[in-house]
Design a protein around this ligand. Structure first.
Ligand code: G3P
Length: 216
């Protein structure tokens, strides 16, 4: 499973990219608004930090506007993926941008039928929002399984990108369900590798070593 960071925080992206574990980045208008700087400049900077798909979302709500903005965003860098909302206009725009060989990510996906239409429109990625489905009292991970099932029936090559990830259990469940990508907020990424028993174990190893007088 590829790991993307769901963030516009350049310091966090830089730090975590240094691990070599980050395969791409997703952004959305809410995350972009937190940075209070020109959006295109922000996307270009992210592209310099991570060599992988970088999702940048259109703001237009009509297909014509989305296509125009999609072309502008795609021109910023070869790795830019144009993120498009899951609407009828978005599907039209997705088809045209995909035909123009621009990578697309259809976002705000909450059902397998939405994902099916996005795949038929040529989407490179579909983004089911796991946490927001859980918030409604349903099981977001069932949606990942359903979409994977539908896509495998028809050999779609659209990647399933698990989004709206809130905690490490979501990451594990997404991996078990076979999500192609999981986009993770930095806070959750840090929770993935930390463990109290690791800290206790390491401290005890170091204490014993330091008491021994040994040198490496
Ligand atoms: O990738 C989509 C994500 O940013 C939405 O997350 O936590 O706002 O539902 P959340």
């Amino acid at each position: 499973m590829d790991i993307f960071l769901d963030s516009t925080d350049l310091a966090e992206i830089r730090t975590l990219a240094e691990t070599g574990l980050i395969d791409g980045v997703t952004t959305n208008p809410t995350l972009a608004a937190q940075q209070k700087r020109p959006f295109k400049e922000l996307i270009q900077e992210i592209c310099l930090l991570v060599d992988g798909p970088i999702s940048a979302e259109v703001i237009a709500e009509d297909a014509e506007g989305m296509i125009k903005q999609g072309h502008e965003l795609a021109r910023l860098h070869d790795n830019v993926v144009v993120k498009i909302p899951m609407t009828l206009e978005g599907l039209k725009a997705c088809r045209i941008l995909s035909d123009d060989e621009i990578m697309t990510n259809v976002t705000l996906v909450f059902s397998a039928t939405q994902a099916l239409l996005a795949a038929k429109a040529g989407a490179t990625f579909v983004s089911p929002f796991i946490g927001r489905i859980d918030d409604q009292g349903w099981n977001g991970m069932d949606l990942i399984r359903d979409i994977k099932h539908v896509f495998s029936n028809y050999l779609f090559d659209t990647s399933v990108l698990a989004a709206s990830i809130r905690h490490p259990q979501h990451v594990l469940e997404a991996a078990k369900a076979g999500a192609d990508v999981c986009t993770i907020p930095p806070k959750v990424f840090h929770q993935l590798y930390r463990h109290t028993l690791t800290d206790i174990g390491l401290k005890s190893f170091m204490d014993d070593w330091n008491k021994s007088g040994l040198t490496l």
